[in-house]
Design a protein around this ligand. Structure first.
Ligand code: MN
Length: 735
């Protein structure tokens, strides 16, 4: 029997209008004369051109651009041009409307932003270097008009919020890209609320079980927490008002993703994460009193509760590079637990929530704009055409998340560097030539090596020598993307020169051996010496690592050599792999869209076992590798090489066993080990491969490697181990 989908077109029309009116309300504060008409025109155009399209959920497509525009207006605080662009962001790509149409109707600026949005829409679609190249393009548009990126983030956020109807492999891919690139980018642009939501949504799809577990735990203690916050806040609120400050004092929950990060980083269970929320004091202060009022509030809080002196952060005096301003302190609460308190003004709060756009609004009043400097830096990095796009992406990403330190030049100028930056980073920050010839530095008048890690407030003088040149191992010394890319391009240039020499030498040698000098032969020789490129061959010849006698050796074996080209992407498919595989079909794992039985190996980085959420990754030389979706490498693999990811699903089985590890912590007691092993090998009949035990001041810590059938088997075992008297926690670990 066929079920027919009945759509009430009239009701849908009403709903579309309702959503459009909500958008208008959200943008009200920025609307100027004539703006409403522009937005209406864009809405009508979008509505008409998407009229026959529907989303995966079955909803009219127009819901999506309206929602993106709403996020841009409400959550990022963008104005009319951006709202118009958000409404039209998919029309050039998906409908008959052209850029010329847009330009004619809405002008050059709008057309340019939409062009940017259309160009970067294909990001991450094909192979990795192309993805990186696309990302670079995306950043170029950022240097051009930052609104392109902001609308792109709104687009991504809405797609993440409505991903339930996507097939699982697409969810994984989109969530991976989001956690890998979009969330860091939102962070760097100061959009903290959006960054947190993107992280939580990614986690919801990448690690559904952990996500649900933490959400449930948070919900259980909600009332208790609310009461604690109320009691904690009351006295602050009272005194703040007594002293004539206008302030809003409240508690705010931390995101699930940040709680999970803390659990992983400190290796603690949920119950031991104390900062599940932060207290915020948002002051309503005139510009000239902002700083003084923040410190006044700080003094009130620390009179009431004892502060932890190591946990004071003053981003009011020196804002973060993304514009963030706030005063953070951690104080001891009434129940003996640490509580983080964030103090800032309404202006600072708006910047913290809406990031760049709010910054723009207040630009006139702030003399030093860290974000402008950052965008200037992005521009500089992009202007280096030599840089390899993938390398660039890696370096750039590293820099997105780091905190800053402030360093002084000998003349007292302030330079901002990421946390962990070295004297050498500082040198490259001053000037490329200073970096390239750096041999050391004086930090606060004391001589230090180039690898010296700078501390906030250091005064640094660089010492150079004309004989110095960049070295390969400098790449391990620096952390800034700028220094890295400068060192790389200088090393490359050096290598190019050496290769040039080697090329001439090799040409002469081949001539003397009567071998034709052509690409084909060069490839064959490179392959014989197991070198990745002919450039490497030239370098090896120039450095004397390959000599005439070696080439003669090559000649004598030449007949046996079969030329093999590099692996091409088209070989990287399930069918390509399948044709290479012989025999050994296995019943445990089904791979690919049509769930075939193909040979595979389990990745050593995350040791998947049946029951784990997994995916297959097609490697260049090693067939299909199975990773857990929460493997530390998964996000990077899926974001960069999405086209090599294949679906994989476990088949029910009980005959085979898989190696995994358990960490057991407890109170040391006579017979504890005995009782544990009794559960494992006695009750559960599980084979142990190894067991190591550490006892320290009455605390027992054991690592046990065991063979289990699947996650269900493992979970049952964990449950029973927790019942052993004295055992306080049992956690799985990889390798
Ligand atoms: Mn879209």
């Amino acid at each position: 029997m066929k079920t027919e989908l009945v759509i009430d077109l009239e009701a849908e029309k009403q709903e579309i209008l309702k959503r459009y009116r909500a958008l208008l309300r959200a943008s009200k504060s920025t609307l100027q004369k004539g703006d409403k008409k522009e937005i209406r025109k864009a809405f009508d155009m979008a509505l008409e051109s998407h009229k026959d399209m529907r989303r995966k959920s079955g909803e009219p497509y127009i819901y999506h651009p309206i929602a993106v525009a709403q996020i841009a207006a409400e959550e990022i605080g963008l104005g009319t041009t951006s709202i118009v662009c958000a409404l039209l962001h998919d029309v050039v790509e998906d409908t008959n409307i052209t850029l010329e149409d847009i330009e004619r109707e809405f002008g050059k600026k709008t057309a340019k932003i939409i062009d940017g949005l259309t160009k970067i829409s294909g990001v991450f679609d094909t192979n990795s270097s192309l993805q990186a190249e696309n990302f670079r393009k995306m950043l170029l548009t950022l240097a051009d008009d930052v609104r392109v990126i902001l609308i792109k983030l709104a687009d991504r956020l809405h797609n993440m919020r409505t991903m339930d109807f996507m097939p699982r492999h697409k969810q994984l891919k989109i969530a991976s890209e989001t956690i890998y690139l979009y969330a860091p980018l939102a962070h760097r642009l100061g959009l903290y609320a959006i960054k947190s939501e993107l992280e939580d949504l990614s986690m919801k799809y990448l690690e559904p079980d952990t996500y649900k577990f933490i959400a449930k735990k948070l919900n259980e203690k909600k009332a208790e927490r609310a009461l604690f916050i109320k009691k904690f806040v009351e006295p602050i609120d009272e005194i703040v008002h007594e002293q004539g400050l206008v302030a809003d004092v409240y508690g705010r929950p931390k995101s699930i993703h940040s709680i999970w990060n803390k659990m992983k980083k400190k290796n603690i269970p949920f119950e031991e994460v104390y900062d599940l929320f932060a207290i915020r004091i948002i002051l309503d202060s005139p510009p000239e009193n902002e700083k003084a009022d923040c410190w006044k509030a700080y003094s009130i809080v620390t009179d009431l509760y004892r502060p932890n002196p190591d946990r004071l952060r003053d981003w009011v005096s020196s804002p973060k590079g993304n514009g963030y301003e706030s005063l953070h302190t951690t104080v001891m609460g009434p129940r003996g637990q640490w509580v983080e308190v964030q103090i800032r003004t309404q202006r600072m709060n708006e910047i913290a929530e809406k990031g760049f756009a709010a910054h723009w609004k207040y630009k006139e009043s702030s003399n030093d704009n860290g974000l402008d400097q950052w965008i200037q830096k992005v521009r500089e990095m992009l202007s280096n055409p030599e840089a390899n796009a993938l390398d660039f992406l890696d370096d750039f990403k590293m820099n997105l998340f780091s905190d800053e330190i402030f360093i002084f030049t000998p003349k007292g100028a302030l330079i901002q560097l990421p946390l962990g930056a070295t004297a050498l980073d500082f040198a490259f920050e001053i000037h490329t030539d200073v970096g390239a010839t750096c041999i050391g530095a004086k930090v606060n008048h004391k001589l230090v090596p180039i690898s010296y890690k700078l501390q906030n407030g250091d005064q640094v003088e660089i010492i150079t020598s004309s004989k110095q040149t960049p070295k390969e191992d400098w790449l391990n010394v620096v952390v800034t993307a700028k220094a890295k890319s400068k060192i790389k391009s200088s090393l490359k240039e050096e290598k190019r020169k050496i290769a040039e020499e080697g090329k001439e030498i090799l040409e002469r040698k081949l001539k003397s051996l009567k071998i034709t000098y052509n690409t084909d032969n060069l490839n064959k020789i490179s392959y014989f010496f197991k070198l990745p490129s002919t450039q490497e061959l030239f370098v090896n010849v120039a450095l004397g690592k390959i000599e005439l006698k070696d080439i003669k050796e090559y000649l004598s074996s030449e007949k046996e050599i079969e030329h093999r080209g590099p692996e091409r992407p088209e070989n990287l498919s399930v069918d390509g792999i399948k044709s290479k595989m012989k025999g050994t079909e296995s019943d445990i794992l089904l791979i690919g869209e049509d769930m075939q039985r193909i040979d595979y190996t389990l990745a050593a980085c995350c040791n998947p076992i049946p029951g784990d959420d997994v995916f297959g990754f097609i490697t260049v030389s090693d067939g299909i590798k199975i990773h857990r979706t929460n493997c530390p490498n998964a996000a990077q693999l899926m974001a960069n090489y999405g086209y090599r990811v294949v679906k994989a699903k476990w088949n029910k089985q009980k005959e085979l066993t898989f190696l995994t590890g358990l960490k057991i912590v407890g109170i040391d007691d006579v017979g504890l080990i005995n009782n544990i092993t009794k559960v494992i090998s006695g009750d559960f009949k599980v084979n142990m491969r190894s067991i190591t035990v550490d006892t320290n001041e009455g605390i027992f810590e054991g690592s046990i490697m065991i063979f289990v059938n699947d996650t269900e088997h493992l979970e049952n075992l964990i449950k029973n181990l927790l019942k052993v008297r004295g055992v306080t926690s049992v956690t799985r670990f990889d390798a």
